[in-house]
Design a protein around this ligand. Sequence first.
Ligand SMILES: [Ca+2]
Ligand SMILES: [Ca+2]
Ligand SMILES: [Ca+2]
Length: 268
Amino acid sequence: MSEQSVKVSVEVTDTESGVRDVTMLYTIDDGVTWLEELMIQNVGNLYNVTIPGYHYSTSVAYKIVAYDNAGNPAVNDNAGQYFVYHVQKLSLVITANIDFNPKILNLRSIGKWITAYIELQEGYSVNDVNVSSIVLNSTISVDLEASVWIGDYDDDGIVELMVTFSRALIVEYIAAKDVEYGDVTLALTGKLWNETTFEGSYILTTSAVAGDVNCDGTVDIYDIVEACLSYGSREETPNWNANANFAPSWDRVDIFDIVTIVSQFKKT
Ligand SMILES: [Ca+2]
Ligand SMILES: [Ca+2]
Ligand SMILES: [Ca+2]
């Protein structure tokens, strides 16, 4: 990927006899040998040449020699320092498909984690991901204390990586944006061990209304129904729903959460 050619343009003028030709001389071995390329006149006084691509970290130095129609040479070698560039490693960015669990977030409720599911574009494997490089919105890192899993959990034939973020940090980040109710786009980026970057985003529906379990902006019978579906659950049991956890004890959904939701009935 580093072998990208480089285009150089210069403006050459000669007020007396006019420009005859412009040549670029360049070296990739510190001036031991110089290669020549005739520059092509583009528009007006602009002359172009393309230097072929060289391998990563190659140092290319060049100077430009122009002759006027009277045969007088003019050299621009940057006052003897030449013009130098180094061939850079191009960083490759690939696409990741991101899913979240839970898919909605009530900013007033309490829970420990939000799980992100990461699928990489075809041709790349989540086994190559450097998990500690993953960040949400450039600020929230993966909780490395929590487990990391790899598997095809949605059965679509593409293996995904599951990582965990602190729910409180995500709530804090979104609350700082003054969101009352609405969609927040979270950008997820990370790197493979070979430095390839992947990026993707997820739109999380949020609510800042206490008691709004389903995050639709109001507290009504549907929120009570939702909360009842997770009644008695604790963090990590299959029917646990942190979005229904509005009251102590903070590790379970119980009657105190239901009472809190009911007390907020019809609030928006
Ligand atoms: Ca999958
Ligand atoms: Ca609701
Ligand atoms: Ca509770």
